[in-house]
Design a protein around this ligand. Sequence first.
Ligand code: SF4
Ligand code: SF4
Length: 300
Amino acid sequence: MMKPDNTYVFNIQHYSLHDGPGIRTVVFLKGCPLRCRWCCNPESQKYNREISYVDSKCIGLKDCGLCKNICEEGAISFKEKAVIDRVKCKDCLKCAAVCPSKAIRTEGEAYSVLQIIDLIERHAAFYSHGDGGLTVSGGEPLTQPDFLIPLLKEAKRRRINTAMETCGYGEYETLFEAAKYLDTVLFDIKSMNTEKHKEYTGYGNEKILENFQRLCNDYPTLNKIVRTPVIPGFNDSEEDMEAILRFIENKPSVSYEPLKYHSFGRGKYKALGRVYPMGDSKLEDSLFEELKNLRKPALL
Ligand code: SF4
Ligand code: SF4
């Protein structure tokens, strides 16, 4: 059972140069309301912990078999390597605890606010050069206000530079409160077409666009980096990009960064017993460059 002031974190990445200004530590919270087909961190989506399994690391039944012996659901059988029946599996995590080769792993570890702050402070020497600091990412941080707000508040109290990556799909009250303690927000705007947005992420874009507009009204001087993952078949057209540029132009303290689609997360889907939703989709470099250089939005 998780303590009330804890949350599940699926990754902590130090020395990141791509998630806000300077050198940063990025804390990835587990749990997201969206199901973007291209998501490269599928282990971020569920709020609870779960197991992942890489069969090439399995030692096999003859030399091990510990997972099969401990599973009370009968979810593990063997061919040459262990095979996990994801329908029977209840994510009790017992097999991950006994697996000697880490073929089966637990995705997600509980952290308290103070444990995260302690980790950040240990890297303070790297942040003192430039604007580096803490970036809270996900999953979706806005869906965990009871952890997010105390974390940002404590970071600010200790003079740590703060950033948050968000898909924008959360309660505005949480975004408003978080922004009080943020130096930078990295805000995803994926598409202006709500039907397509719903088809590819599970939800329409109305709440996201409204949240961004309200954030601009309430925090005109907050540094806002709008990012668009450019995804084949979803928003890889001039029309899609132009619509986003028109929406963000003339909004205060906004910069814009299109991100190229990649399929690096494909193996993670297999490890979670899921099918990669994007199949063999590819985005040509030339098309991305064209869309990226369409025009610079007029920004305030
Ligand atoms: S416990 Fe791990 S290494 Fe051993 S059989 Fe199971 S998956 Fe393979
Ligand atoms: S996590 Fe799933 S496969 Fe592993 S022991 Fe529990 S029920 Fe069995």
